[in-house]
Write a protein that binds this ligand. Structure first.
Ligand code: PBG
Ligand code: ZN
Length: 339
């Protein structure tokens, strides 16, 4: 035998995985802890309401008076961050989404309360117009239905500033208008908030067919047309890279890919290109529904499959996973089991 030994030895894989500890060492960067989770919450303008969302079993819209009870047990289990969405039923909608930045926006009322009840909870606010505009689009439209870019980003910066002034730690623009990160950063700077509010950009947000349940939940479906003129075409890696380059250039603190399970190639590509930036991924409402219903039909085991999905997302480069399953996952982590 040559001095190097039998060359076949290095192809023995079983010797690396014959017990649980050894297997764990093969994927330490894929672990899921409380730090890796952000929990999306819908806040409705009816203060005492808890409204179950039909298309998202187990998820409800909460009025401000119901939030504390809902979140307390989760914070006790180590929940670190939430992402807030406003839903208005009674408050009027108009062409520019005026009420996104008035005291009528239930999110603006909720932020200071959340920060008082849970001082260590990091509060992120989704910044968009679609839930507040009469037409349900994410920007301001001209008479032909095209986006008016400058007007839109000015308006989005006003909304982001309102959340920042209310005490949000993070503003997260999901509108996909060009130049909005720069406009928001500038307005935070002009108002002395640039170093204490973080900007999480929905960078690679694709025009996906997986947002249906969310639009039902947040009453934000477009009244006409679709979002293909501002969200990215699902086929395009090039535009995802350009969007990330744009947002990084404009000063985004953190990047996001959304949806995630069918866009993991983009996650990996962006994480490799921008390793300096925390990478967020959004497991969107349609992904939640797919996993939920497959498990409910007993085609798959929820816990086993979700654990596999979550570690795969981490493997592909995700640092933080925004997921409606957060309460279940916290229970599993809390139960002491390794996810
Ligand atoms: C709206 C927004 C959407 C989601 C987050 N913010 C839907 C859309 O673009 O129509 C989707 C979230 C989900 O499906 O869970 N700006
Ligand atoms: Zn929107």
């Amino acid at each position: 035998m040559a001095s190097g030994g039998n060359p076949a030895n290095k192809h023995i894989l079983h010797s690396s995985i014959f017990n649980k500890t050894l297997r764990g060492w093969q994927g330490l960067n894929c672990e899921i802890t409380q730090k890796n989770l952000m929990y999306p919450i819908f806040i409705v303008d009816d203060e005492n309401a808890v409204q179950p969302i039909q298309s998202m079993p187990g998820i409800s819209r909460f009025g401000i008076n119901r939030l504390k009870d809902h979140l307390s047990p989760l914070v006790e289990k180590g929940l670190q961050s939430v992402l807030l969405f406003g839903v208005i039923n009674n408050v009027p909608k108009d062409e520019t989404g005026s009420n996104a930045s008035t005291e009528k926006n239930p999110v603006l009322k909720a932020v200071p309360k959340l920060k008082t009840w849970f001082p260590s909870l990091t509060v992120a606010c989704d910044v968009c117009l679609c839930a507040y505009t009469s037409h349900g689009h994410c920007g301001i439209l001209d008479k032909d239905g095209y986006i008016k870019n400058d007007d839109s980003i000015k308006r989005l910066a006003e909304v982001a500033l309102a959340y920042a002034k209310a005490g949000a730690d993070i503003v997260a623009p999901s509108d996909m208008m060009d130049g909005r990160i720069g406009a928001i950063k500038q307005s935070l700077r002009d108002n002395g908030l640039v170093n204490r509010v973080s900007v999480l950009s929905y960078t690679a947000k694709f025009a996906s067919n997986l947002y249906g349940p969310f639009r039902d939940a947040s009453k934000s479906a477009p009244a006409f047309g679709d979002r293909k003129c501002y969200q990215l075409p699902s086929e395009s890696t090039g535009l995802a890279l350009r969007a990330a380059a744009r947002d990084v250039e404009e000063g985004a603190d953190m990047l996001m890919v959304k949806p995630v399970l069918i866009y993991m190639d983009i996650v990996k590509e962006l994480k490799n290109k921008y390793p300096e930036y925390p990478m967020f991924v959004y497991q969107v409402s349609g992904e939640f529904a797919m996993i939920h219903h497959a498990a409910k039909a007993e085609a798959v085991d929820l816990r086993l499959v979700l654990t596999e999905v979550l570690s795969s997302l981490r493997r592909s480069g995700a640092d933080v996973i925004i997921t409606y399953f957060t309460p279940q996952i916290l229970d599993w982590i809390h139960g002491g089991s390794k996810l």
